[in-house]
Design a protein around this ligand. Structure first.
Ligand SMILES: Cc1cc2nc3c(=O)[nH]c(=O)nc-3n(C[C@H](O)[C@H](O)[C@H](O)COP(=O)(O)OP(=O)(O)OC[C@H]3O[C@@H](n4cnc5c(N)ncnc54)[C@H](O)[C@@H]3O)c2cc1C
Length: 443
């Protein structure tokens, strides 16, 4: 084990990995439930490690005009505690826009505004967040043959640091997914980096751009490139017949309710899969109707004036995409006719989605003490705690990567407020079991 000189600060009772909306909601719940009274005041008992240098929520896709796909009432706190000072309505009041927002008569603020809200809330916890700190592993600390604390190994610009903690809340979010065999480059991007990358190039020089995917991000990227690259032919390639509409109708939407988590958790594995199949259309590979209509209308008007810049290659797949000095060579395969088309593109964007970051990658030697489910994932209790052998006294919680056990809301904002409250309660129980708070002297 390393020497104390490697350690940053006193040990903490709770260490959060990642500081996106999930752990931000947890910080709020912990503070509001009085579990960690000094949370926002910089107390030594709660700490979050965040890889980014400052708070940021999917900033590469903060496109002008993009709106939230969820009611503003599903913010960081309202569903658990409508009178919380961290609700979206409190934010609006603080920013002096409450009346204007009400007059706008929408449940769906722009993503840019929601990002501002999240940043506003995050700023209130900045003293317990260490930005620019990427967690690269967790190691058990043995007292005899039990583990009461763990060491969280963190990569920072100035080197490796260790933080000792009693309990961990893992909320590392999503990571971009691209098909096997594709290598990203300065002209082959994943949609998550769109805005950062566009700032680096001369958009007027783009003559041909190609977007892969049929989900919300793919449709948004297609629309955005069509708007900001005035001289570009914009090609959208997807295997579906057409974009499918996101189902946000009231009965289907109940799949995201807090109660749906209980139902999903109790359900047998085949019923869970059935639920996922039935309600995929609420979230996966689907697009808001307004955006579909807008893209169709733009394409139709281009036909009217014989100046087509938008092109949709449905029932098609990209089977090859390689970097060239000027951009990328792409092969598009027509799945029905069998045609193969080669395209030379200035720009290719893979809007092929995300996968949750798998907590197993961080657990290292702790993994052998964790129960696994039939799919080999870490098994979780209803309170999002990793089920471990009794030798592990530290509690490890997972937010986000829990769709299999806790249902479709896992990777979304729908349930962050309520879930944070549930984890905060479980942490309170853990702290009671674990006895006095840790102090530097106790280490
Ligand atoms: C473009 C886009 C738009 C979306 N819009 C909506 C929407 O409108 N409604 C909705 O419900 N959901 C939406 N989502 C889903 C999204 O998952 C949630 O909005 C939300 O981001 C989940 O919060 P999180 O904190 O779990 O994960 P994230 O927001 O991904 O946050 C995880 C954080 O952990 C950090 N991190 C990762 N690994 C490490 C590490 N090793 N060490 C330290 N820090 C680390 C990351 O930098 C990040 O800040 C959207 C997703 C995308 C990609």
């Amino acid at each position: 084990m390393s020497s104390n000189a490697d350690y940053d600060d006193a040990p903490v009772d709770v260490l959060g990995i990642g500081f996106g909306p999930s752990n931000l909601a947890l910080a709020i719940a912990l503070q509001e439930q009085g579990l960690l009274g000094s949370a926002a005041g910089g107390g030594g008992r709660l700490r979050f490690m965040e890889r980014q240098n400052q708070f940021g929520w999917h900033q590469g896709m903060l496109l002008d005009g993009a709106r939230m796909q969820i009611s503003f009432l599903k913010d960081l706190a309202t569903m658990r505690s409508p009178s919380s000072p961290y609700t979206f309505l409190h934010y609006l009041q603080d920013r002096g826009r409450l009346v204007d927002f009400i007059n706008g008569k929408t449940f769906f603020p722009s993503r840019i505004e929601f990002h501002d809200y999240l940043e506003w809330a995050a700023a209130r916890f900045s003293r317990v967040v260490e930005y620019g700190s990427e967690v690269i592993g967790i190691e058990p600390v043995y007292t005899g043959d039990v583990v009461q604390e763990v060491d969280v190994v963190v990569q920072r610009a100035d080197g490796i640091r260790r933080h000792r903690a009693r309990n961990i809340v893992f909320a590392a979010g999503l990571q971009p997914w691209i098909p096997e065999g594709i290598t990203l480059s300065d002209r082959i991007w994943h949609s998550s980096e769109l805005l950062h990358r566009l700032r680096e190039i001369n958009v007027a020089g783009i003559r041909k751009a190609l977007v892969i995917g049929a989900g919300q991000s793919a449709a948004e990227v297609t629309s955005h490139l069509h708007q900001v690259c005035p001289n570009a032919q914009v090609h959208s390639v997807f295997a579906r017949f057409g974009y499918s509409v996101a189902d946000d109708s009231p009965f289907a939407n109940r799949i995201f309710d807090p109660e749906a988590v209980d139902v999903h958790f109790r359900a047998a594995p085949d019923i869970r899969q059935m639920l996922r199949r039935y309600h995929d259309g609420t979230n996966y590979s689907v697009v808001d109707l307004d955006l579909i209509s807008d893209l169709f209308e733009r394409s139709y008007q281009e036909k009217v004036v014989h100046d087509q810049r938008l092109h949709f290659h449905n029932l098609s797949r990209v089977t090859r995409c390689v970097q060239t000095p000027a951009g990328a060579d792409v092969t598009v395969h027509d799945l029905v006719e069998g045609h193969v088309e080669s395209m030379t593109c200035d720009l290719v964007v893979f809007a092929t989605g995300y996968r949750p970051v798998d907590p197993r990658c961080f657990l290292g030697p702790l993994l052998e003490h964790c129960q696994l489910d039939a799919g080999g994932r870490v098994a979780l209790a209803r309170d999002y705690r990793v089920l471990t052998s009794p030798r592990i006294r530290s509690r490890i919680f997972v937010q986000g990567a829990t769709e299999d056990s806790h249902g479709l809301s896992s990777g979304l904002l729908s349930n962050v407020a309520v879930r944070a409250g549930e984890i905060a309660e479980s942490l309170a129980e853990a702290l009671r079991e674990q006895g006095e708070p840790l102090t530097a002297a106790a280490r």
